[in-house]
Design a protein around this ligand. Sequence first.
Ligand SMILES: [Zn+2]
Length: 164
Amino acid sequence: MQITETKIKFVSNRGDKLKAFCSITIDREFVIRDIKIIENSKGQFVAMPSRKLMDKCAHCGGKNHLRAAFCNDCGKQLQANRVELDEAGRPKLHADIAHPINAACREKLQHFIIEEYEKELARSKQPGYISHAASDADFDDYDGRPGLGNRRTPERPEQAPPIQ
Ligand SMILES: [Zn+2]
């Protein structure tokens, strides 16, 4: 597997652990977007694109985010604490959309992406820098994955009950 193109888009929010989004092209014919580059006290690492896990309302079958306190469709109160925990005891709220299936590939990807990020970071400090990220359309908005210090979407139930 060859990564033939990398696009890095920096996140301007200072103090945030999320530093950049990255999209990669594999073998000139397959693109993976919304890879996140995160920096914390242990260093830099790469998070694969993920989606929010949902479950079904017991009353109407409507789909809701696991942290939702009330059903999106029928407005009934949902059971609290229905989130499973992962091996490290953290709530499992997201699932990877695309990810390596062995440690060697994960290492290779992470090493490559962080190297590209460092290069782009160095370039960005030069005068007249133009971002390689062609457009913002290549990147989704950050969805406030817990634990990454996002300030726009603090942890709270997703919505209030509808007004009857
Ligand atoms: Zn419902």
